[in-house]
Design a protein around this ligand. Structure first.
Ligand code: HEM
Length: 551
């Protein structure tokens, strides 16, 4: 009898799954979408592909509508969503129903610790409440002098490379090092010495390894929540060590190095602050972790973060800030090299402000550069570094739509019933370049649009994003907490680069491809690289040097 039960039970579970997946009525089956390319992983390979990557995500929305039915593992229904009202509902109104995916949280917890990227619900709310004020304008303004020193070191490094005869300079290397130093010093009060010498800090190598391995294992990461609690941590670690996968070994190595650095960084916050730090402008006083530590101490004891959570913020902040900022800078410089007229205009704007300021620009002066602002807004709109964000629906919910869809049965759909367990992709890119919102030039890179009045349709679209009618930094309670930090970093670096150099395309065309985040590449090789021609107009650090044809 027991044996019969043991055989019957899995058979029943399997039969129920077959029934629910393939036979029974499903509320999403009327949504249009492309045919699934395979049973095991459905469209997952395409959603996360480098080629056709971005184009595919835009094509499906153009073809099927702003909500598209896709397939995940073993035929599971998934939705790609680029409808502003649905995005608003999912991220702002009901973010706890449309929660981060379990795999995202498990992976972040395993690799980065218990920081804001790895927590949900009340724990996330508590962390966010303490972190939020740390990113206010008052603190950001104080970071500008330290950012300026870093941007100056960057310029000197590039000038040295050109002086030593480089025909083209790989900007991805320089901008990655810069972004790490910016979040290191500005965020953590810790210098990675990322711009000194030719050998990158081991942390830099580790983040790169982790990013690529995580993207390579993207599809397999979905299984982590099912195995993350098997056995003890020591057993899990021993099993990982003997797993014959180069990606897993890279992750293990990278995580070890990152934690070693985290402990080193954190130890400097354990000690009481020396009196002299009042005068110390960058390393210990003006950084996010120091403000965070003070904010945590000031919080109600029940709301305070534990030591482990505080440590978790270190890796979370570096991971969230580093590649996003450096790849945004790469994209902006690339666009400026392809549009020399904009480059010249922006340089003229910067040089006029520098002349007026008698040197480097402070927070207010950087904020008062209209073309700089327009170029950044337009690049982030047209080329968001992250094209989508995944979520999972926690309970069956009716989601309103702004743009009705035509169902497979030809009838109009004005709202969706999304069953619990449905995976969702929040479509950042298609929403940012929607023709109905932005007009017929929506897919052009056109900074001028921000200098003129935006079309009424932009306001009418009610894009819920926290920044500039776009979804680039997302919306709601998990929107990018560091977007103002990112914008000021970008402004400092651009103002320094354009004051000293002219950029033009190198011999290889740069192609930005999806690898979790858009990466600049050449010749279809999936290694971030961005070789461009650099002409030194003014030697960094030598202010008396004559400006050679600055515009
Ligand atoms: C151009 C650069 C950046 C872009 C495009 C960007 C974009 C994003 C996006 C789309 C999210 C949502 C992720 C999700 O829903 O899972 C996010 C979250 C986050 N970002 Fe950024 N980000 C940038 C720079 C930064 C910087 C410089 C920092 C820190 C200094 C930062 C810190 C964070 C953190 C901590 C989160 C998690 C927020 C939470 O879960 O509550 N980001 N970012």
């Amino acid at each position: 009898m027991l044996l019969q039960l043991l055989v019957a039970l899995p058979a029943l579970i399997f039969a129920r799954w077959v029934w629910k997946t393939f036979i029974a009525y499903h509320p999403l089956d009327n949504i249009q979408g492309p045919a699934s390319p395979g049973f095991f992983r459905g469209h997952l390979g395409l959603v996360f592909s480098s080629w056709p990557g971005r184009k595919w995500q835009v094509d499906i929305v153009d073809t099927y509508g702003r909500v598209v039915l896709l397939k995940g593992f073993f035929g599971a229904r998934q939705l790609y969503v680029a409808d502003p009202r649905a995005l608003q509902f999912m991220t702002v109104k009901e973010p706890e129903i449309f929660e981060e995916q379990a795999q995202f949280i498990s992976n972040n917890k395993a690799t980065l610790g218990e920081g804001i990227l790895a927590t949900l619900g009340d724990q996330h709310r508590k962390q966010r409440k303490i972190l939020n004020p740390v990113f206010n304008v008052k603190h950001l303004r104080e970071l500008v002098p330290a950012f300026t020193d870093i941007a100056s070191a960057l310029s000197k490094g590039i000038a040295r490379e050109v002086h030593n005869g480089a025909d083209e300079v790989d900007l991805v290397v320089w901008l990655s090092r810069t972004a790490l130093e910016l979040i290191g010093v500005g965020g953590l009060g810790y210098s990675f010495n990322a711009l000194d010498g030719d050998t990158p800090h081991e942390y830099v190598v580790s983040i790169k390894k982790l990013g690529f391995a995580a993207f390579a294992l993207q599809v397999w990461r979905y299984f982590l929540p099912y195995v993350e609690n098997i056995g003890t941590p020591a057993l899990r670690r021993a099993l990982l060590k003997v797993t014959p996968s180069v990606h897993i070994q890279n992750i293990v190595e990278a995580v070890d190095v990152m934690w070693k650095t985290t402990l080193e960084v954190y130890s400097q916050y354990g000690a009481p602050r020396p009196e002299s730090t009042e005068k110390d402008t960058s390393q210990f006083k003006n950084n996010i972790m120091m403000v965070l530590k003070q904010a945590n101490q000031a919080a109600n004891p029940a709301e305070r973060m534990t030591e482990n959570e505080m440590k978790g913020q270190i890796n979370s902040l570096i991971t969230a800030a580093n590649v996003t900022t450096s790849r945004s800078l790469c994209r902006i410089v690339n666009e400026l090299s392809l549009h020399p007229e904009y480059q010249a205009r922006l340089r003229a704007e910067i040089m006029a402000a520098r002349e007026h300021a008698d040197g480097d620009l402070d927070f207010e002066k950087l904020e008062a550069l209209p073309l700089m602002d327009a170029i950044i807004r337009e690049t982030l709109r047209r080329y968001p570094p992250l094209p989508l964000m995944p979520r999972t629906c926690q309970k069956e919910t009716v989601v309103p739509l702004m743009h009705p869809l035509t169902g497979r049965d030809g009838k109009t759909i004005t709202e969706l019933t999304v069953p619990a367990g449905t995976d969702i992709y929040l479509g950042i890119l298609p929403t940012n370049i929607d023709y109905e919102t932005w007009g017929p030039d929506a897919r052009e890179w056109k900074p001028e649009r921000w200098l003129n009045q935006l079309p009424k349709t932009v306001g009418d679209a009610h894009i819920p994003g926290v920044y500039s009618h776009q979804m680039t930094f997302l919306s709601g309670n998990r929107a990018c907490i560091g977007f103002k930090f990112a914008l000021i970093e970008i402004k400092v670096v651009l103002s320094m680069l354009l004051a000293h150099f002219r950029f033009s395309p190198g011999k290889d065309e740069i192609e930005f491809v999806h690898a979790g985040i858009y990466q600049p590449t050449v010749n279809k090789v999936l290694v971030p690289t961005m070789p461009v021609k650099v002409e030194v107009l003014r030697v960094p650090g030598e202010d008396a040097e004559k400006v050679r044809n600055t515009v």
